[in-house]
Ligand binder design. Sequence first.
Ligand code: GLP
Length: 265
Amino acid sequence: MEPRCLSLPDASVLVFPDAVEAGEAAAEHLMKAAKAAIQMRGKAVLGLATGNTPLPVYAELARACQSGRFLFDDVVTYNLDEYYPISPRDPRSYRTYMHRHLFSQINLPAHQAHVPDGSVPESGVADYCALYDRWIENDGGLDFQLLGIGRNGHLAFNEPSDLPIEEFRQTPTRVAKLHPVTRSDALKEFDGNANLVPARALTMGLRPILNARSLVILAMGAKKASIVAKALQDPISSKVPASLLRLVPHQTVWMLDEAAASELD
Ligand code: GLP
C-alpha cells in the first residue's frame, strides 16, 4: 500500500499503515542512497541508529544482503551513539545491539563498522570524539543518516538544549549528559534499575548529522505522537532537537506510522 504523503512547508512526511512497512521503505531508501554513492564515489558512508524503531530496517537489510540484492563490501558505517562509560562487550552496549541485529547478519567487513567506543578512558574521551568526527570527514561525510527520535525530541543523544539554534546545529561529537526522560526510557535495557543506567553517553553531534546528504527519521507508535507534532509543527527550537531537521528539508524524509502521525494537524 502506498504511504500517505503530507506536505508540510519544511518537511516531507510519509505515513505508513504500520512500523514494518515504514521500516522496509526506510531500508529501500538507505539502499538506494548507498547504491548511488557507490556508483558515484566507490563507497557509501552510512550513519546508523539504535533503539527499537530501526529493527525492521535492519531485518530488511539482512534479507537484502542474504538474497544478494544488496552487498556491503563498499559500505562504511558510523553509529550515532553509545552509553558512556560501557564496555563494547557489555550486552547492553549499542555495539552489542549492532552486532546482534545487523553486523552479524550482513557481509560488512568488521573494520568498516564504527560504533563510538564507550570504553575509552575519561582522559582521552574528548580527543576520541574529535577523532570520530575526523574519520567521518575523511570518509567524505555521511551519504545517508538513519534516525529515531527520543520522547523528548532528542536526536542520537543530542538532548534538548538552551543553545541558540545556529550554535546547536554546529555541535560536534562529544560526551553528553543524559536527560531524565532518556534515562527513564533506558530503564528497560538495565533491568529496571535506575542506578545501572549510565548518566552520560557519547553522541555524534548535530553538525555531522545535519551535514548528511540524505536523512530518514523514523517514529512509530502513539508514544511518539506528541513529540512528532512538536518537532514538525512548532517553531524550530533547540528544546526539540529533531525540529532542527527542518533546517535541511530537502535532504530529509520523515517516515511515520499512523499512530505517530495522529497528533499532526
Ligand atoms: C535512544 C537512542 C536514539 C533513539 C532513541 C529512540 O535514546 N540514543 O538514537 O532514536 O533512543 O529509541 P526507540 O527507537 O527505542 O524509541
